[in-house]
Design a protein around this ligand. Structure first.
Ligand SMILES: Nc1ncnc2c1ncn2[C@@H]1O[C@H](COP(=O)(O)OP(=O)(O)OP(=O)(O)O)[C@@H](O)[C@H]1O
Length: 550
């Protein structure tokens, strides 16, 4: 199938902001695509070449792409840079420059989707000697056979900025519509496998029954079950009848997979962090029986018995070098709290049973590996939950989790079956879309950040400017990140790609016509940079509205 056909779909998608329309466009396209190309286009429609959980990333800087464009068009790099500034992004700039190109490539073969995809994959895997030149020549090969619109989307895919407003949710719905499958079946199949290509393929060829048979595979990460806020501990427990209450540790969520001899550890964003924490891999190997399993827990860092800050842990689990040294300086502890697979899938068992199996099979004799502290609570012993909460706070943890004892694990859903109750007021996770440089002494720093939430159509809506809560060190770090993601700059204002996630505390949600969301936050304060979250994890306008009503 020709790449131009996918490009026509991209264009149609970027011409509408309506979620239903986008879903419809994609569903019609999926119906037409052949079996081999179908998994590929589910990734390309997201602007991706590798699935989310893959360790592979594109990692190609804008500069390299600019260089390639300048060679293909035969203009100097300054002109490409000027176009990017005028058009707002590299793709639109490439399209514009192509339209001025005098020499057309009549004799070249039209690009096929498969050819573009395999070249993009190749790009990401080149390393070592002379790799920059090799990368340039692959980009050149693609761009020299491309039309203007094809070049627009090839360059955007390479720089990982597709800008067509399509997220996983729309692709999932489009698969459902294309192959006439109940949305909840597609959703669950995706949450369990994290593989849109597989879901599309099985949905097309085996329908709903085939998708229902998809399950967990140790080694392949699962989307984590998420928690809602509990308004009140007692009320939540009474509603559930019986609750498994546990300490809420403020660390990194970890999903441990054992398949054969291999142990793999993923974060909540499904990043593979196995290599950074070899001591934990060893502890886990020792503590579990030699079976296949998937367990979940929180990893925290401690010093003198007290939990260290979240940033410390994040640094530690992302580390690529000097790991031995880090093992000494930032010792980690793991608290396990769930079991999704043990010899076979266990996620459909109630959490009470999953916990019992976990307790039975895990040997927690090491100081660094424990099960989460727990209390089984019902109407007769509500005090135990309060006691656990107070103890958790006194030990420096965040609060407690309240889990409905009879409920299964529901991947990827933020439902009412698992709640959290924290000592500190709830915060919002937002994405930075722009900023303003400071004045005087702070002229080199971006002092104020324009932040946004997601809406139902998977677009971003601005919600506040935040300028407090930042230490000089964080300001410097954020400014550097903003410059890296810069799309446009005018005077002291800068627009950036939506890459930086901040956790924001605030005193109140108020109505405000000034922002796209129609609401804003009073006294917003940056709590921390959430490097562990991605755009798909930020809060939604819908959630903001429901919090306002509450
Ligand atoms: N005992 C526990 N059981 C389940 N989750 C726990 C536990 N202790 C800590 N956690 C953490 O709490 C998180 C659940 O809260 P939530 O679903 O709101 O995630 P979140 O958006 O990261 O929230 P937060 O910002 O409050 O951590 C889990 O992702 C996990 O990392």
């Amino acid at each position: 199938m020709k790449y131009q056909e996918l490009v026509n779909v991209y264009e149609a998608l970027s011409n509408t902001t309506k979620r239903l329309k986008k879903t419809d466009i994609l569903a019609n396209f999926f119906k037409k695509v052949d079996d081999e190309t179908l998994p590929i286009v589910t990734l390309l429609a997201l602007g991706k070449v590798f699935p989310f959980y893959s360790e592979q990333e594109m990692g190609i800087g804008d500069k390299l792409v600019m260089k390639a464009i300048s060679k293909v068009i035969g203009v100097n790099e300054n002109e490409v840079e000027n176009q990017i500034r005028d058009q707002g992004d590299i793709g639109a700039a490439a399209e514009k420059l192509y339209s001025k190109k005098s020499q057309t490539t009549f004799f070249s073969q039209p690009l096929s989707i498969k050819f573009v995809f395999s070249n993009l994959k190749k790009l990401a895997t080149i390393s070592g000697n002379n790799s920059t030149n090799k990368k340039i020549s692959i980009i050149l090969e693609l761009l020299s056979s491309a039309s203007g619109t094809e070049a627009k989307y090839i360059t955007r895919t390479i720089t990982e900025e597709l800008r067509i407003g399509v997220g996983e949710g729309i692709i999932r719905d489009a698969i459902s519509d294309a192959f006439d499958i109940n949305k909840s079946v597609t959703e669950r199949a995706y949450m369990l496998t994290n593989d849109l290509g597989l879901v599309a393929e099985v949905g097309k060829n085996q329908g709903e029954n085939g998708l229902k048979k998809l399950s967990l595979t140790p080694g392949k990460p699962v989307k984590p079950m998420l928690a809602q806020l509990s308004p009140n501990i007692d009320e939540s427990i009474l509603e559930m009848g019986e609750a498994l209450c546990e300490t809420k540790y403020d660390g990194i969520r970890m999903q441990v997979h054992k398949n054969g001899d291999n142990i793999t550890i993923f974060t909540r964003r499904l990043e593979n962090i196995t290599k950074a924490i070899p001591e934990i891999v060893n502890e886990i190997r020792e503590a579990f029986p030699d079976e296949n399993y998937i367990a979940e827990g929180e990893v925290i860092a401690t010093r003198n018995g007290k939990p260290l800050s979240f940033q410390n842990i994040l640094h530690r689990v992302r580390r690529k070098y000097n790991i031995e040294e880090a093992i000494e300086s930032v010792p980690l502890k793991v608290y396990l709290y769930d079991l999704l697979y043990y010899k076979k899938p266990t996620l459909d068992e109630p959490i009470k049973i999953r916990r019992e199996i976990l307790e039975k099979i895990v040997n927690t004799k090491s100081d660094n590996l424990n099960l989460s502290e727990k209390a089984m609570v019902n109407e007769d012993n509500l005090k135990d939950a309060k006691r656990l909460f107070e103890k958790s706070i006194a030990e420096g943890h965040e609060g407690i989790m309240i889990k409905d004892a009879k409920e299964p694990y529901i991947p990827g859903i933020r439902g009412k079956k698992m709640l959290k109750f924290k000592a500190e007021p709830e915060t919002l996770d937002v994405v930075v879309v722009g900023g303003t440089y400071g004045i005087g002494k702070r002229g080199n720093f971006i002092g104020s950040y324009m932040v946004a939430l997601r809406n139902d159509d998977e677009e971003l809506e601005t919600v506040a400017h935040v300028a407090t809560g930042l230490t000089d060190e964080t300001l410097a770090k954020l400014t550097k990140m903003m410059e890296k993601y810069k799309i446009n700059e005018k005077g002291t204002k800068i627009i950036v790609k939506p890459k930086i996630i901040l956790e924001i505390a605030y005193s109140e949600i108020v109505k405000s016509p000034e922002y796209d969301a129609g609401y804003s936050l009073r006294f917003p304060v940056v709590k921390r940079i959430r490097d562990d979250k991605g755009l798909e994890d930020i809060d939604t306008v819908e959630r903001l509205k429901s919090m306002y009503k509450e």
